[in-house]
Unconditional design. Structure first.
Length: 349
């Protein structure tokens, strides 16, 4: 028991170390990239315009991306009135996000490489095969749920899930509206990159490969207990979002609650599959829905929206069911029984 408590202290110290290294890495990377830009003379544009074919208008409207619309007349350049210009803001933040996170990721992987072996201590051929089925079921169900939500919103005209949270503040004031007949889209690529790629990789390495590994080293006889405590840290870590005004209190509480639930699920999946990449894939697919949920979501939105209530209920039931299957698969008697059955089949052959 004392050993497991010590492992929890190790995890807390590791999270503090991660935060300090991340802040230092961000500042150093920012100055280094600015100095490199001065030496090379290469300056990334703050915005970029890409003309898309007119059929893309339907998809963009479905995703809630349209920010301005002209009167529908033909443009001065003779373009089709439904042509689209995609303006992506803050491109200068893209290399900064990649470099700073890559540095801290490399540091944490090398610093805690000794715990990697403990993550896979409960994995067997049977659990790995079950984990592959769970991986496919989760990703397919999440993408199907997301597609049905978009279709439902398109049919009813009531938009709850859009990309409003991915817009860049002050964008329209900084960029002139293009010629008539062109729809303007405001989208922050750096924010999308962080949510859909950088954050899943960083959080899975941090809370599953390292935090869960530290707990498994001290209490590997109970993967479920290690998963619960690593998920508690994962959910609580989202409380740091209260420091700013980007997220509403309701949104943060949802992050904490679902962080606890999916944290248990991801940790148990890692124990079964011994693959961080599978956890990253599920985390990224789960974040697709998070991207489309406005960051200033209020509790009244949830109470007044049957669609939102159904989505939350389905998410809770899905991850609860999957976690139960994981616990059953990780039971020593279950795993050993399946292995014996396979051995008998092989002997008969």
């Amino acid at each position: 028991q004392e050993s497991f408590v010590f492992a929890l202290v190790e995890c807390c110290v590791m999270l503090v170390e991660f935060t300090v290294i991340l802040l230092l890495s961000h500042e150093v990377s920012k100055r280094a990239l600015a100095h490199l830009s001065e030496l090379s003379g290469i300056v990334l544009p703050d915005t970029v315009a890409v003309r898309l074919p007119s059929p893309a208008l339907v998809a963009l409207r479905a995703l809630g991306l349209l920010s301005s619309q002209s009167d529908g007349s033909s443009s001065a350049g003779g373009e089709h009135p439904l042509a689209v210009v995609l303006l992506s803001a803050h491109l200068t933040n893209v290399p900064l996000a990649l470099v700073s996170r890559a540095v801290v990721l490399l540091w944490m992987l090398v610093r805690y490489r000794h715990v990697w072996a403990y993550v896979a201590s409960a994995s067997t051929d049977y659990t790995r095969s079950v984990a592959r089925y769970i991986l496919g079921a989760v990703i397919v169900s999440q993408l199907a749920e997301f597609s049905l939500c978009l279709l439902f919103q398109s049919y009813t005209g009531e938009w709850l899930f859009t990309l409003e949270g991915m817009r860049t503040d002050g964008y329209e004031a900084a960029v002139a509206i293009p010629e008539a007949g062109v729809y303007v889209v405001n989208l922050s690529l750096s924010m999308l990159l962080r949510v859909l790629l950088v954050t899943p990789v960083l959080e899975e390495v941090l809370f599953r490969a390292i935090c869960f590994g530290l707990l498994m080293r001290r209490g590997g006889d109970s993967p479920l207990r290690c998963a619960i405590f690593s998920a508690l840290l994962f959910g609580a870590f989202h409380m740091v979002n209260m420091a700013g005004s980007t997220f509403s209190t309701t949104y943060i509480l949802m992050q904490v609650f679902f962080g606890l639930q999916v944290g248990i699920f991801y940790a148990l999946h890692l124990a079964m599959s011994a693959s961080v990449l599978q956890c990253v894939a599920m985390h990224a697919s789960n974040n697709i829905m998070a991207v489309f949920l406005p960051m200033q979501t209020d509790i009244s939105v949830i109470l007044d929206s049957p669609l939102m209530q159904i989505i939350l209920l389905v998410a809770v039931l899905t991850f609860s069911l999957m976690s139960t299957c994981q616990v059953l698969a990780l039971m020593p008697s279950r795993a050993s029984g399946e292995c014996k059955k396979r051995e008998k089949k092989n002997d008969k052959k």
